[in-house]
Write a protein that binds this ligand. Structure first.
Ligand SMILES: NC(=O)c1ccc[n+]([C@@H]2O[C@H](COP(=O)([O-])OP(=O)(O)OC[C@H]3O[C@@H](n4cnc5c(N)ncnc54)[C@H](OP(=O)(O)O)[C@@H]3O)[C@@H](O)[C@H]2O)c1
Length: 304
């Protein structure tokens, strides 16, 4: 019930204010005037999270720093990193370079399998804060359901209660693993970041996760372009109707399902394209056609 109300709220935002213009002239600083262009979802603890963000896998060093700063200038506010990506420092530098106010951003990082455990989590979390140059994290996730999840979760709950993290969650947890975590959790996870793209649509998984009051976030929304996603005839044909690309159709399809998406790109033109998805709406027939692309299997079997 709660979830359906939230979905209605998301769709209400998307469809009531569909005509955002990213190219319009800006009177305030280019950073601040971009605020409010990406609709938000509300997590179970009331924290608001942009429905579209920016992935940073493989964006390290100078490229990572420049990409993050560029993405902020384009209007992205949610950034997804992880200790595993080896780029928290670069992401932090990109944020600093942009000059944006901290409270305008929504920063996610994740704890890797090897760092789990009560004490390790606290140490690793503080290291992440230092690398990012931040005082708090908006969303902290357990990267994979392996290692000492119980000890890690307890440490995360304490960091949350101490105000160092605004929302806590997990990644790559199936509903059974979520249920197990929730059997002992004092604070339940607010987000589960999982693979969702047109070739792996995860509809039943989404339903099961949302039933628990948890927000779904999609990693690899483009399946990294595997299986010709950017030239997929169905996505391209749908896009033609709205003068949009297959990438834009894919992102729109995700947000219309109420799923947060975090596409990654190092190209400014792609950043502009990926954020320009709030001025059109896929209809039921489009959504149905995209459903037919579901191969019902991960596009990254090598990661499992
Ligand atoms: N929790 C997890 O286990 C997990 C796993 C994987 C990923 N993630 C997160 O999810 C994020 C996104 O996933 P991903 O990085 O694997 O891949 P992705 O976002 O599915 O795809 C990235 C690829 O798409 C290309 N691209 C982006 N926008 C495009 C556009 N408009 N037109 C054409 N090509 C475009 C990029 O190339 P260009 O740079 O040339 O644009 C890049 O090669 C990651 O960066 C990471 O933050 C999390």
């Amino acid at each position: 019930m709660k979830k359906s109300i939230r979905n209605i709220a998301i769709l209400g935002i998307l469809f009531t204010f569909p005509l955002f213009s990213y190219g319009q002239s800006q009177t305030q600083s280019s950073i601040n005037s971009n605020m409010g262009k990406v609709p938000e979802v509300t997590l179970s603890n009331g924290v608001k999270m942009p429905i579209l963000g920016f992935g940073t896998l493989n964006l390290r060093g100078a490229v990572g720093e420049a990409s993050v700063a560029e993405a902020i200038s384009v209007g992205f506010r949610l950034f997804d990193t992880a200790t595993r990506y080896g780029n928290e420092e670069a992401v932090g530098k990109g944020i600093k370079k942009s000059g944006i106010a901290r409270e305008e951003l929504f920063i996610t990082t994740k704890i890797w399998v090897d760092d789990t455990g009560y004490e390790n989590t606290k140490t690793t979390f503080n290291r992440s804060l230092n690398k990012l140059g931040l005082e708090y994290i908006d969303l902290y996730l357990i990267h994979r359901p392996r290692g000492d999840i119980r000890g890690t979760w307890k440490a995360m709950e304490e960091l949350y209660e101490a105000g160092k993290i605004r929302a806590i969650g997990v990644s790559n947890f199936n509903p059974q693993q979520l249920a197990e975590l929730m059997s002992y959790a004092k604070i339940k996870p607010m987000v589960n970041q999982i693979e969702v793209n047109p070739y792996f649509q995860q509809k039943e998984e989404q339903e099961a996760i949302e039933k628990l009051g948890i927000q779904v976030e999609a990693w690899s929304p483009f399946a990294q372009g595997r299986k010709g996603l950017f030239t997929n005839p169905i996505l391209v044909a749908i896009g033609k109707k709205y003068n949009k690309s297959a990438a834009q159709v894919t992102l729109r399809w995700l947000i219309q399902r109420g799923i947060v998406a975090i596409p990654r790109t190092a190209e400014r033109a792609h950043m502009l394209e990926n954020i320009d998805i709030f001025d059109f709406e896929l209809d039921a027939a489009d959504m149905q056609q995209i459903s037919s692309l579901d191969l019902k299997e991960s596009q990254f079997p090598e990661w499992n």
